[in-house]
Write a protein of this length. Structure first.
Length: 242
């Protein structure tokens, strides 16, 4: 089954997302870039608000792949109590070199690597995620006002990525300006999750607040799955949710 992830920017949106039936609450600041990070106190407030009702994920920001700063951001964010950390593979650096140096973190932290379809990293992201012990991968878009993910990567290729990730025990998710009209075809690719922000907001603008009507519309398109809480996973290397 495919889980429904919604990106929220504060505790009030987190509460609305849970009320709207999302499976995973993703903590992100839309005005901060593709994977803008929320302030630590806001992340902590969201985690308290969500409690054990849903798994949470959080981004560490649009950071260059420099080992020291990335390590610090991951550890700081993980200490706030989120279940999963999302790390974007932004252009301009060598992801393999950086991520190999971070491999020791994945024994304790569920790390999700985010690859951008409009700025793809060098190498095989799925193989790299497997090698460093990451919990999963997401395919997303760097630009949020241009083409959506399935416009940049044909669904037939997305399905192949999903099969490859599952064969390696990785969770795989799709995001990136996804629209309601694309959900059915994306579900046929059998990802573990679909992530949304702009499609859930007033006027379809990611910088606007969540719209409960739009939230309900997307929820209605994704069959409800039986959710396994992260606390039931005995190790970060087991199949994660996002």
């Amino acid at each position: 089954m495919t889980l429904f992830l919604a990106s929220v920017r504060d505790a009030a949106e987190a509460e609305m997302a849970i009320g709207g039936g999302v499976d995973i609450v993703d903590l992100k600041e839309p005005s901060g870039g593709a994977l803008g990070a929320l302030r630590p106190d806001t992340i902590a407030a969201c985690v308290r608000a969500v409690g054990a009702r849903r798994p949470t994920s959080a981004t560490v920001g649009d950071l260059p792949l420099e080992v020291r700063s990335i390590r610090s951001a991951i550890l700081t964010t993980a200490a706030l109590g989120v279940d999963y950390i999302k790390l974007g593979l932004f252009p301009g650096a060598d992801p393999e070199r950086c991520l190999t140096a971070l491999a020791t973190l994945t024994a304790q932290i569920r790390l999700i690597l985010v690859a951008f379809a409009d700025a793809p990293p060098k190498g095989d992201i799925i193989e790299l995620a497997t090698r460093i012990g990451a919990s999963g991968v997401m395919f997303d878009t760097l630009g949020k006002r241009g083409a959506s993910l399935p416009e940049l990567i044909p669904p037939i290729r997305l399905a192949a990525f999903a099969r490859s990730a599952r064969a390696r025990g990785l969770t795989i998710g799709f995001a990136g300006a996804l629209q309601a009209s694309q959900v059915s075809e994306l579900l046929s690719c059998e990802p573990d999750l679909l992530g949304f922000r702009s499609a859930l907001c007033h006027e379809g603008k990611r910088s606007e607040p969540l719209d409960p009507v739009r939230l309900a519309a997307i929820r209605g398109l994704i069959p409800i799955a039986r959710l396994v809480q992260p606390a039931k996973l005995t190790a970060p290397s087991q199949r994660a949710l996002c």
